[in-house]
Design a protein around this ligand. Sequence first.
Ligand code: HEC
Length: 207
Amino acid sequence: MHSLIRLVILLAAVPVVSGAAVHATQPDRNAQALSVMKTSFQAKGQAGMDRLNQDKTQALCSLHAPAAPPAEPTAKVVAANLASIKLPADGKFLGDWKRGQAIAEEGTGEQYSDDPAKPSGGNCYACHELDKQQIAYGTIGPSLYRYGKNRGSSEPILKLTWDMLYDMKGYAVCTAMPRFGSKGILTEQQIKDVMALLFDPDSPVNK
Ligand code: HEC
């Protein structure tokens, strides 16, 4: 057969072949991706293979990504995340903003190469603008500049902010923001210190 004719036949066949392959459903694709990760990833340091197991929130978001998951079961998942939030044992929301600033700037913790005995950072600047002194920040999250100054520090505002730091997936189910409290990334004291960074009038966030 003439080689040009062969090429035309071959090209005509391509969409048919690839068309057949795209019929895998999203759950199939997720299962395939998981099995690839399970065979190619290795546990190292504190990063165990258990990290590949998604919880209900993560599984729900992965199943529908990039679209938002449907109202039900989202409402149930959000309610469970809200129920996981623990308020400060002594009822005080605010710690020390200077320590909070160090936590916001600290990006280490939770990785295989980090010492699990050391406290983790919040890495807030990776996603948020917080003050005008730090000019290297990410924009995945909204600017938090003048957070307390703009909102005041009434009890409901303090509680809402505590909740969002503790588990943002109780508010925006598929958010990229880490769940600092419910996933044990920051301690109760560290969350208080970060809260002070957001609310203290002397904090650079409110200057
Ligand atoms: C990986 C990115 C990421 C990191 C790290 C991160 N955030 Fe966020 N944050 C977000 C996103 C995205 C939102 C918006 C919520 C949403 O998804 O709708 C948000 C929202 C917020 C809000 C609510 C803002 C508002 O106006 O209601 C606060 C407060 C906040 N973050 C504080 C923090 C603090 C403090 C830290 C560090 C301890 C932090 N975030 C770390 C991504 C991040």
